[in-house]
Design a protein around this ligand. Sequence first.
Ligand code: SAM
Length: 282
Amino acid sequence: MSSRRQARGIVPRKSLGQNFLTDDATARRIVEAAEIERDDLAFEIGPGTGALTVHLVERAGWVVAIELDQALIPVLQDALGEARNITVVHGDALEVDFAGLVREAERAFGRPFKAIRFVANLPYYITSAAIRRILECGLPIATIVLTVQTEVAERVTAQPPNMSLLAVSVQFYGRPELLFKIPPSRFYPQPEVESAVLRIRPHAQPPDIGAQAFFRVVKAGFSQPRKQLRNTLAAGLGLNKAQVEAILMQSGIEPGRRAETINVEEWKELAKIFMSIKKSVA
Ligand code: SAM
């Protein structure tokens, strides 16, 4: 792949997070982790010169690859050779309409897909926004496999007492696991930090509480993560301390605990009770 890039005089653009994977065994391992089958649609964000894409077209029924850098598209097309089961979209993965692209791909494929999967060696500058966009897009996604900075993968998969707003946001929608790490030497140019492959399996059932209500309470809790919930929730939700302590006790949460020690099920319970109290006083 790098020879095709070099032949076309492509210089990696740091501003677009371009660190190309140079190790084919690692590329295969990443694609395998997505568990793609013949009737599946695989979305790829940032195909670059095609390190993952060439394996995706071999496994998936159809691939939709979204690349922001127009200059890379001919290099990608070279790498893909005769493959016809792919739509290459020149665009920004943070703006394209995923649902519309699924409908177009389904028309091209000729029948409904069995599963939708996402695979990406994410440009680091869009990591959180891309994860949020995929999880919130409303499509029934079976697996999401992302290469991210190891530090991000560790934060996403953290458990109490090390939770963060990012961990809660991902774990609200699915179950994340850190699969394996990738040293900088497997990319060109080498990134400054180690990478890790993260797999998220979205929950089969949508959460039993609305995202808006849930995140209102979670964000209030994390506004000052080192302070006790009895204080942060009172300030963030516009309640007095006695009201907050009552909500916490009813949720089975000791009011002196900090946001970092609360798991997603506890946040859900807390948000449900907060909503019911808000309704009853409204
Ligand atoms: N998948 C390739 C690989 O593994 O070698 C390239 C990975 S590189 C880390 C990230 C890729 O995402 C680059 O090709 C870059 O141009 C592209 N990119 C950056 N921002 C993007 C965006 N907002 N939407 C789509 N692609 C983007």
